[in-house]
Design a protein around this ligand. Structure first.
Ligand code: FCB
Length: 496
């Protein structure tokens, strides 16, 4: 879910690709595939996967988003991919793809439809799915909250209310206890900052407001504490090591990263605004859960004495160290212009809907730019946190599948570039296995390696399915693919 953001001028990527080719070449293990010179070989054990969410695929659910859609604020959900019933086919498709990580979410509204009343049938369903995923040789990564809430959570004020900390913790404890023997990889919440800013600044989620700073502060504070509490709950309730590596819980922070650029690099105010927005959007939330630093007014100082919407900053032991692995979701960059006073200390506004003029070519069906070096820059930006990284979402809306092959190959080249520089990137999960319900865009945006006909529910792999399957099997992007799938004339000049 991403606003249309338009980048600068054109570029040719093959030069980058050929400079990289060979950096990690020809390092195949004795039993592994044989690689040719110029292939981009990934480290042994690199985790290839796909990412999905419950709400976008399952269908047949009622929660705060379905109420919002019923009120005319978003397309109706309907059956989605009917994955609640057709999940065996979906698990088989992922197995056929040959990936080893199956990112999914569980739907809170199904598991706890009323506060404190947990639905054992829903848990039994997810146990069946997870058992099949493991049997197919894949490791599940389970997200507990992917943008949607049970109605009772929304009625209680959602994530702007402090009670969310306890309610999310109780839900996490229950799920950890019931599913822990099948799951080690846990992500409490998908893209928390997208959710916080979407609700408080741009009204893209149920209950949303436009530039409500009080809401921004409250949501930021409670969401940080709720995520930390959920990690504690999972660590306490899931003591079962499903994969035998000695770690029953690996806590992922799945973060929407959007490398930030000034709308006008010659304008010092835009340059400052870009740095400030980068801090708010990319860094502040991670600082809180990794270092315990809660900076509510985004001034890069922790001052516990000041009152911010009735809340206080601080360095908190109960936040620190709640991340084992940073998941990097990357789709596009953010261009930012100065906007004094809009958000105090930040004074910035991301350029959406052409408001910074023509910033250059766009390519995805949703009007996104396609800029692979932004993924490299995101990985580089988060490496200093000292945690292992995995690309937990990356993909493109492309019904015709004419752009996706080059998108995939050239983004992987940038992941390889980061690894070659010593950045600890453990895996790549493509968004998404299937076309699905893409929030405000409904069924119009097709992110799937597999096309879904929503009238018949027929699943048909697109050509890029085979390309990704071959890359995962080879643990490498072949030079032939790099040469074939370029983005010449489609993407902006690199600069990174
Ligand atoms: C991400 C969301 C995911 C999907 C993709 C396209 O921001 O996590 O649900 O909408 O964008």
């Amino acid at each position: 879910m991403r606003p249309a953001i338009r980048p600068g001028s054109r570029l040719v990527l093959p030069a980058v690709a050929s400079a990289l080719a060979g950096a990690l070449c020809c390092a195949s293990s004795s039993s592994g595939p044989v690689h040719a010179p110029g292939d981009l070989v990934f480290p042994d054990g690199f985790q290839w996967g796909v990412a999905m969410s419950a709400f976008q695929t399952e269908g047949h659910v009622e929660n705060d988003w379905t109420d919002w859609a019923a009120a005319g604020k978003a397309p109706l959900l309907g059956d989605a991919c009917d994955s609640w019933n057709r999940w065996p086919e979906d698990v088989q498709l992922a197995a056929d793809l040959g990936v080893k990580v199956f990112r999914m979410s569980v739907e809170w509204a199904r598991i706890e439809p009323q506060e404190g009343a947990f639905d054992e049938a829903a848990i039994a369903h997810y146990r069946d799915v997870l058992t099949a995923v493991r049997k197919a040789g894949m490791e599940p990564l389970v997200t507990l909250h992917h943008f949607t809430n049970p109605r009772w959570v929304a009625a209680a004020g959602g994530w702007a209310d402090p009670r969310i900390v306890e309610s999310f913790k109780a839900y996490a404890a229950f799920v950890g206890q019931r599913l822990g023997d099948l799951v080690d990889q846990w992500n409490p919440q998908n893209e928390s900052v997208v959710y916080i800013t979407g609700l408080s600044l741009v009204n893209t989620f149920p209950g949303g407001q436009i530039f409500d700073l009080d809401l921004l502060h409250r949501m930021f504070r409670h969401t940080v504490f709720a995520n930390a509490a959920a990690v504690d709950a999972l660590r306490a309730s899931d003591t079962k090591d499903a994969d035998g590596d000695g770690k029953p819980v690996v806590a992922w922070l799945v973060h929407a990263t959007s490398p930030t650029y000034p709308a006008d690099p010659e304008n010092p105010d835009d340059v400052t605004a870009a740095a400030n927005w980068d801090y708010l959007y990319n860094l502040a939330f991670v600082n809180a859960l990794v270092k315990g630093e809660l900076d509510l007014d985004f001034d890069r100082k922790i001052d516990p004495t000041i009152d911010i919407s009735g809340l206080h900053e601080g360095i908190f032991d109960e936040l620190k160290g709640r991340v084992d692995l940073l998941g990097i979701n990357y789709y596009a960059r953010n261009f930012v212009m100065a906007s004094p006073g809009l958000i105090p200390n930040v004074d910035a506004l991301p350029c959406v809907n052409g408001m910074c003029g023509d910033l250059g070519p766009v390519a995805g069906d949703n009007g996104n730019e396609v800029y692979p070096p932004g993924l490299y820059r995101a990985l580089k930006e988060f490496a200093p946190f000292g945690l292992p990284l995995t690309v937990s979402e990356n993909g493109v809306a492309d019904a015709a599948d004419t752009l996706r092959p080059a998108f995939l190959v050239q983004h992987l080249a940038q992941v390889h570039r980061a690894i070659a520089e010593g950045i600890d990137v453990r895996g790549y999960l493509h968004w998404s296995l299937l076309d699905n319900y893409e929030w405000a865009s409904g069924y119009t945006m097709k992110f799937g390696l597999v096309a879904v006909d929503f009238a018949t529910q027929a699943r048909t792999p697109r050509p890029s399915f085979a390309l990704y399957r071959d890359i995962a099997a080879a643990n490498a992007v072949p030079k032939t693919a790099l040469d074939q799938w370029t983005l010449d004339g489609i993407v902006a000049a690199p600069g990174d």
